[in-house]
Ligand binder design. Sequence first.
Ligand code: ISL
Ligand code: CA
Length: 562
Amino acid sequence: MKQQWWKESVVYQIYPRSFNDSNGDGIGDLRGIIQKLDYLKELGIDVVWLSPVYKSPNDDMGYDISDYQEIMDEFGTLHDWEELLAGMHERGIKLMMDLVVNHTSDEHPWFIEAHKTKDNSHRDYYIWRPGKEGREPNNWLSFFGGSAWEYDQVTGEYYLHLFSKKQPDLNWENPAVRSEVFALMRWWLDKGVDGFRMDVINLISKVPGLPDAQVRSPDRYQWGGQYFVHGPRLLEFLQEMKREALEPYDTITVGEAAAVTTEQAVELTDEENGPLNMVFQFEHMSLDRDLDDRTARAVKRWKLLDLKQVMTRWEKALEGRGWNSLYLSNHDQPRQVSRFGDDGRYRVESAKLLGTFLHLLQGTPYIYQGEELGMTNVAFDSVEEYRDIAARNRYRELVEERGMQPGEALQLVNVGSRDNARTPMQWDDSDNAGFTSGTPWIKVNPNYREINAKQAVADPQSIFHYYQQLIQLRKANPVMVEGRYDLILPEDEEIYAFTRTLDDDRLLVILNFTTGTPVFRLSEEITVNSPELLISNYSVDAAEDLRQLTLKPFEARVYRLH
Ligand code: ISL
Ligand code: CA
């Protein structure tokens, strides 16, 4: 395996709108981030992934970009951005920008031109089709609900939008589109950015002819993915991007890859000639969802055996071939402690267990803002409090199309909503959690008086300090980066245990994912002489026999076996 700084790094994701507001307008901004750089330095992270800060009408909170070379007014100016980058670099922190180029905003000058006339010079920047018998050109559905096509009155044709109708898909078949994208990437790289997180990058190549998705039954989800996920020219486009934009620079890249398979991920991240460093896969994010049921996307209880099976498959498939990214949270997902841990009695213990899990797998760990504090889901009492287009659309679909009771629909939206991750960062116990002196754009989670950064930084037993320790351990122990992953106790429904091995250095990771007290038994095949405890979320009796341990609720331990 090649040594690479991006394998050794820990990435911290900032969702700027919700991170820190410096001027009291209720919206987080770049100067707000600058004020918190020392906090990030103290945590010890190496790289920041900054969710989009470009000019945007915010139909999808910045993922709809109307100017790739300007900063959104509410967030500040390019000058602020330069100061932010300098502040990061001074502290040895690298910056990854979010690159959203599957689509633009419909307010981007390219689209404004494109829909003026059919023969406009920018028409081909987007994907236009005439209707079919008075209907949409095909049956594809948008990720946010409804058809993926919008009729344009002006030119009498439809345009494709896999996300909201204010996010028209770019036509990557057009070489002019590709060269515009590569040029804007070089523009940011020349300004000093260290890499990109690439939004839904595996959707950029569509199967020519845009065939109808197969319909199984009326309420089954027939979203059309087979014709646009990892499409026929994806690798070619990304190789071109690597050549034309990335190669001359020393970058970190991660592709967001909805529905990606392990085989595809190997192609994308291949050590020798893959176009990307790593991808975000989604299989573990689907364990509590019924993705087939398009409108309800019913939430079901996830199972530890499934989690083991999925994570082990990803670890093994990419071993020595590609590279994994490790995450349980981001701005699109509910809070991990509420979803995979216990946000009540064992909030602190389970948050530390989940952190141990992520940092001990092989791959590059990603921390989402507030995860290091154990921030939890929020339950809003009315749909009006939601800001996310996906949550609002989903509520409307459930009530209007499914006839669900409003209370029930709200409950479903509550558990799954992306806004769970988007409530303001909880800095201290003052009003609005110290996020803003004004009115926050989205409600603060009422638990901020107890859960906040000020408390966490002051308390040596906090989740924050535990994460700090995990990050330091990674720097001191190459086995955490390079060591081979091997699952043990594959059939255990309560304990997730594995080893990491690099030459004669071996770590043993023991994680009790339950509120119970199961017994961990170590097989004789694994040799142990004078084990050394590296980290744990409870105090551990040194005399305990590693061959047979009674674990406490959500207990996590990592040993070095000699
Ligand atoms: O959010 C999801 C599930 O809750 C996903 O379906 C998500 O829409 C998908 O992973 C793509 O996400 C990315 O692109 C979207 C944007 O809304 C997301 O915030 C972004 O992470 C469109 O740009
Ligand atoms: Ca502000």
